[in-house]
Design a protein around this ligand. Structure first.
Ligand code: NAG
Ligand code: NAG
Length: 336
């Protein structure tokens, strides 16, 4: 009897320890071998997923030096050291070869960072590229060197970018891939803005929106008031808009965790900028200061976010870093 009580106590202590040392927000670290615990006990739970997670990392140059281990690992080190990032989210991954996933998993493991890859084919149907992207990702789980680490580095996967603009053809391939990834315990979702006509009907979800909500395993949401000028006249108005979007998700039972995979403002003209008068550093600074200063809101609502984007390369003028590698603003969100 006493032995039993001792065992129960020991077990509950062990469970608690596992939680407080969860990956990658709770201090759990790779030790060289695959973690002995189940994947679900390794990752931090939804209650810990709040505030700044890391950067949206453009990978728009195909396979090459920018997808090498050294390049990725060096960027991860800077993201972590200078900004406190714990995750990286790939954006428009145009390398569709297993090498990019091997390098991401290895670099994530070696730097103790979680990885959220985006599978990308095109801004429209392209079955051939879609399959290539899927096969490249799936192969990493079978890789002799890093396969066993992959489920402990890859948190979740985004299927495409802003599929709201691509109709409904993708639901079947989405579900097929979801079933394949389930073998490794890795959840699949899409990365999109719920504030668009395809998903919404008044203050509720449309029928299609409900189908998408039910299909995805968690939420990678784009809260991008920049693209909703009517609702968000300038950066100062953005945070209220963000809160409204979070309330919409809560009211419509959209699945947690809520990860804002894309949120952004422009720092100047050209590139992705199209609004003219609000495309300036004043708005850019105000936007990111609001994100940093609302730590308590993110904690209370259990909402986390990525900075879109790490650098201007391909994403100008949205990046934190200019093309010369210097940061445009001082950004160091505290974890509250
Ligand atoms: C630890 O994690 C488990 C499963 O994730 C959860 O049910 C439990 O409530 C957590 N315990 C603590 C003390 O946080
Ligand atoms: C944004 O830009 C507009 C137009 O230049 C300006 O009036 C406003 O003060 C700027 N700053 C913020 C924080 O909105």
């Amino acid at each position: 009897m006493q032995l039993r009580i001792a065992l129960v106590l020991l077990l509950s202590v062990a469970t608690h320890a596992a939680n407080s040392t969860c990956f990658p927000l709770g201090g759990a670290k790779f030790s060289g071998s695959k973690p002995s615990m189940d994947r679900n006990d390794w990752w931090c739970g939804n209650d810990r997923m709040y505030g700044f997670l890391g950067f949206s990392y453009p990978m728009e140059e195909g396979c090459g030096s920018s997808t090498s281990y050294d390049h990725i690992s060096k960027d991860m080190q800077r993201m972590k050291k200078d900004y406190g990032a714990t995750f990286v989210r790939t954006y428009l991954t145009t390398c569709r070869d297993v090498s990019v996933y091997k390098n991401l998993v290895k670099a994530g493991r070696d730097n103790n960072m979680g990885v959220i890859p985006m599978l990308f084919w095109d801004f429209g149907p392209n079955d051939k590229l879609m399959k290539q992207a899927e096969n490249a990702l799936l192969a990493v789980f079978q890789d002799a060197e890093v396969g066993k680490f992959a489920p402990y580095v890859i948190h979740s996967v985004a299927f495409g970018d802003e599929l709201g603009e691509e109709g409904q053809y993708w639901m079947k391939p989405f579900n097929d891939l979801k079933a394949k990834l389930a073998k490794y315990g890795v959840p699949l979702t899409i990365s999109d803005d719920w504030d668009r006509g395809e998903y919404k009907s008044g203050n509720s979800l449309s029928n299609w929106g409900k189908q998408v909500r039910d299909a995805v395993a968690l939420t990678h949401v784009h809260i991008q008031g920049y693209y909703h000028p009517g609702a968000v006249p300038n950066a100062r108005a953005h945070f209220n808009y963000l809160k409204g979007q979070v309330n919409f998700m809560k009211n419509n039972n959209i699945k947690r965790p809520y990860i804002i995979s894309q949120t952004l403002w422009t720092s100047g003209k050209g590139g992705h900028a199209f609004r003219g008068n609000v495309d300036n550093m004043d708005n850019f600074s105000a936007f990111w200061n609001d994100m940093q200063n609302n730590c308590q809101y993110f904690k209370q609502e259990k909402v986390s976010y990525f900075f879109h984007a790490w650098s201007d390369g391909g994403e100008a003028p949205l990046g934190l870093l200019k093309n010369n590698g210097q940061a445009k603003i001082s950004f160091r969100p505290q974890r509250c």
